[in-house]
Design a protein around this ligand. Structure first.
Ligand code: THU
Length: 130
């Protein structure tokens, strides 16, 4: 795991707006342009309007003009691993491949690395629309 990526995700986690779940998450994406894009979860008093850290990071990446993901770090605290939710797995898959690594981290560092293809098998993708 790229340690700059971990530090970026952790810094983003510190900015999480999570007053309802009290579950802060940070995510960072290393894109093929060599740059790092980070984001945090942003909750809302109207609960379904909140979104995940991975989605924030993806928004930053696409806004900057990058389109391909090299590696992803997600940082969350708690006993269980913070892995991307189903919706974020699908959003990540739009810009990554099955071999792309997703590192699930705690505040102290790496806990487990997954291939995106293992997190989202049989993904629905662009090719399905051809
Ligand atoms: N959350 C993320 O931001 N990313 C994940 O990988 C898992 C869940 C957020 C959504 C919500 O703000 C809070 O964590 C609790 O579900």
């Amino acid at each position: 795991m790229n340690s700059y990526l971990f530090e970026a995700a952790k810094a983003a986690m510190a900015h999480a707006h999570a007053p309802y779940s009290n579950f802060a998450v940070g995510a960072a994406i290393l894109a093929e342009d060599g740059r790092i894009y980070a984001g945090c979860n942003v909750e809302n008093a109207s609960f379904p309007e909140g979104w995940c850290a991975e989605t924030s990071a993806l928004g930053a990446m696409v806004t900057a003009g990058a389109k391909r993901i090299r590696e992803v770090v997600v940082v969350g605290d708690g006993e269980r691993l913070t892995t991307p939710c189903g919706g974020c797995r699908q959003r990540l898959a739009e810009f990554a491949g099955p071999e792309t690594l997703v590192h699930a981290c705690g505040p102290q560092g790496l806990r487990q690395t997954f291939r995106l293809g293992d997190l989202l098998p049989a993904a629905f993708e662009k090719g399905h629309l051809a």
